[in-house]
Design a protein around this ligand. Sequence first.
Ligand SMILES: Cc1ncc(C[n+]2csc(CCOP(=O)(O)OP(=O)(O)O)c2C)c(N)n1
Ligand SMILES: [Mg+2]
Length: 796
Amino acid sequence: MSDPRLPYLAELEKKILWLSTWTIHNANHLRESADGLKVGGHQASSASLATIMTALYMAALRPEDRVAVKPHASPVYHAIQYLFGKQSRENLENFRGYKGAQSYPSRTKDADDVDFSTGSVGLGVAQTLFASIVQDYVKAHGWAKERREGRMIALVGDAEMDEGNIFEALLEGWKQGVRNTWWIIDYNRQSLDAVIREGLYARFEALFRAFGWDVVTLKYGSLLEEAFAEPGGDKLRDWIDTCPNQLYSALTFQGGAAWRKRLMDDLGDQGPLTALIEKRSDAELARLMTNLAGHDLPTLLEAFEGIGHDRPVVFLAYTIKGFGLPLAGHKDNHAGLLTPTQFAAYREQAGVREGHEWDRFEGLALPEDELEAFLEKVPFRTGGERRLSAPALPVPEDFPVPHQASLSTQQGFGMILNELGRSDTPLAERIVTTSPDVTVSTNLGPWVNRRGLFARQSLADTFKAERIPSTFNWDFKPEGQHIELGIAEMNLFIQLSALGLSHSLFGERLIPIGTLYDPFISRGLDALNYACYQDSRFILAATPSGITLAPEGGAHQSIATPLIGMSQDGLASFEPAYVDELSEIMRFAFEYVQRDGSGEPDERTWLRDETGGSIYLRLSTRSIEQPNRKMTAELAQGIVDGAYWLREPGPNAQVIVAYSGVIAPEAIEAVGLMAEDRRDVGLLAVTSADRLNAGWTAAQRARERGLVHARSHIERLLGDLPPHCGIVTVIDGHPATLGWLGAVHGHRTRSLGVEHFGQTGTIADLHRHYGIDAQGIVAAAEMIAPGRPIRHLKAL
Ligand SMILES: Cc1ncc(C[n+]2csc(CCOP(=O)(O)OP(=O)(O)O)c2C)c(N)n1
Ligand SMILES: [Mg+2]
């Protein structure tokens, strides 16, 4: 018996294709004359997925399912949401325009319930796999009991599969026993520039099987299957199976007459096959030959709804790029647009009158009330609000502050986590740590010993069972709180991105903390960028950093990361020198990652702290002498706001030193060396160049808008410096990080730091080499604040 939903789905598919095509055509039309900004890359890619997305959103999906939509299918996504009443006509009219519907589905910029932001191909795909691990994590900890398990689904372009991060994720998924993950490959055999290599499907199949996935190949639609059953049909099937991708695409573009000629030339037998071809009109023949499974609703429904297990599945769905449009199959169609004549023909075919383009049911054959009733009952829409939330967890009052005469920030970080791990506070319960094979070397070991490693199935530590002494106790268990990853840093960031959305995706708050070596942030940078773009919330502890890694040499010594931290939106970066600072920053971080307030700036700092965000801690393994001081409220505030005076400059200051991070001892020494020969020298501890800079920029903007009293933290700190005072800045990182400080009030500035690939050596060797030792700082001060020779400055 035929599925009663099919007539409705067929009509809706037609409407979805129309709406997405019209959205693009209309936006392009509007914009072309205004500023020449053409809409590219959407039309053909969208049409390729229109049938699959209809089958999913209008039938197969459940509200608990989460989907990463291929970037260029955003018009289809927006069209579906428009039919659901969740996307506005204004936004669609303004597609790709100022504040309009986004070119690529965006959780933060779009108003229509996007699950994962996509755009940089490959990342969204992997994110579904890691989201599935998060779902398992949440369930294994006994949370979200009343929620049904969702499937994490990615709609993947076939050329998107070239992205290496997908393979990294596959391997990790295999290790973690990933479930409930579906990847649907839009196998249109076209990329942006070209038609893809022959036989790629066979590589995909072998690959996914090797990683334990079920492979479902969706090749022929029901019309083709019926034709294959006719006499001579098996020959037609053989022909299709060996037809090169280029030829198939070209014939699709050319249409029915071309199909006929070619098939007759190749297959005409004056017998059953000729009859099979001849009995169809050109239009019917074209329809038959393009009836690939990815455009066949009955086949798709059967495939999607036939999965009755939770194993990961890849669907290899044959499709046609530009299906249903006059540019179908053409190899140049990626950025192709319909010409006015082509569009007029398509409009005619869609039965849409001018002026009625946005009418939801215009041109459809079924009565409006029936379609409306069908839409109302679509299962995907029945669960209420899909974007979830979870209350913020309190940060313990008695937050740990490790005390030792000498410590590194990395040790401090490990000790603070270990202390938190000792407690049974709600916060400690929800912390989840993860690290790409650097758990021990980033000091997470003690925390992991306490809280265990996460796995759905328990796995005892054999070394422990065999009573072999080891510092680490690596029991895997469902209640474990550390996700041990392989080395791939991309996976770390995508895992963090998924963990940091748990409150929104699964309604359960997690506080993710990821650790890695600072130089390898660059390896996962795009994934970090997308994690922030999606407003995922996590704490990143990057350690060791800079030339702390002295003996490692070469490119192991991170240089650019402070600038990455400053320029990455959605990420507040800190580089503390001392562990008491780190403690204040972490206390703040745990709260900050959970904030969800309005975007109004704070009048003290001009930072938009209410909104919260993620945190980056640039830490070090260099052990330095710790200050013995009382943490006053004022000091704590300065640390969090980004800077405080370690030594306040006097009224006649000739020079100040502003430093960030573990270079503190050198900065302190330098100030001591020049104290006799320069007046009122000050020492500014910068804990967050990022927050100082952001506040300064925001305060200037506020003043330009008429808020004349707006003052940022750094403007106040430097406000009393005499105009002739020089500033020497120093950081174990790129000097530009602090180079802007002189511009705040117009002070001469010399910025020291590291600009070049490293040498091996001791830390002292390298400080000297780069001129960021005490002598280098003093030499810079002497140049910038002329006066009598500084006695302690040795001849360099
Ligand atoms: C990381 C990244 N590199 C490049 C691009 C530009 N780009 C967008 S789509 C695309 C290829 C699309 O091919 P495919 O994935 O097969 O999707 P189709 O358009 O065929 O549906 C490229 C190269 C991008 N969005 N992201
Ligand atoms: Mg493609």
